[in-house]
Ligand binder design. Structure first.
Ligand code: ZN
Length: 179
């Protein structure tokens, strides 16, 4: 069975294709993923970034911190990608797949911020943020956190979303050919 792994946003302005099976499907319960998804958790799985091809349109990007940017459709707002910039992997938001049932999550991540009425999934690994990030990475996220706090603010400077070329092009240029 070799159904193509395709997906895209709700309005159809952005479409993508993965040229290899995605790995490590998981649910992320971190506060940033909750906000970015507008949901209680974000379902994600990854592939080497050069194997994920944007086939229509161009996602917008929001740098939720200096080490992660999130790709979404500028027209309809669908969350599409989670991009850890130092990694050779790009993650896809699994609800945006044409077949969202293709990958069953194997772990739940950042469970320390799981909302209390969401039950633990059966047969999944339970991990905290500290299981997945080094202390140094946690500090880089904390120092460059661009997410609005969870309360009203008098004023707030929104971090601009830089225009980006297609995912593959972006990664090659950002890395200066180092990977
Ligand atoms: Zn759209």
């Amino acid at each position: 069975m070799t159904e193509p792994i395709t997906g895209g946003c709700q309005c159809g302005a952005v479409r993508y294709r993965a040229e290899t099976e995605l790995t490590n499907p998981h649910l992320c319960h971190c506060r940033m993923c909750q906000k970015a998804a507008g949901n209680y958790f974000m379902p994600l799985a990854g592939a080497p970034r050069e194997r994920i091809v944007v086939t229509r349109g161009e996602p917008g990007w929001f740098h939720s911190s200096d080490i992660v940017r999130r790709g979404f459709c500028r027209d309809c707002g669908t969350p599409l990608f989670f991009d850890p910039l130092d990694s050779d992997h790009l993650l896809i938001v699994l609800g945006s797949l044409d077949d969202p049932s293709r990958y069953r999550p194997v772990s739940e991540d950042s469970v320390e911020s799981r909302v209390p009425f969401v039950a633990e999934w059966v047969d999944t690994r339970q991990k905290t943020t500290e299981n997945d990030f080094t202390a140094e990475e946690m500090e880089r996220i904390r120092l460059s956190n661009h997410q609005h706090p969870d309360h009203d603010t008098e004023s707030w400077e929104v971090r601009a979303v830089p225009l980006s070329p297609l995912v593959g092009e972006m990664s090659r240029r950002d890395r200066g050919g180092s990977s």
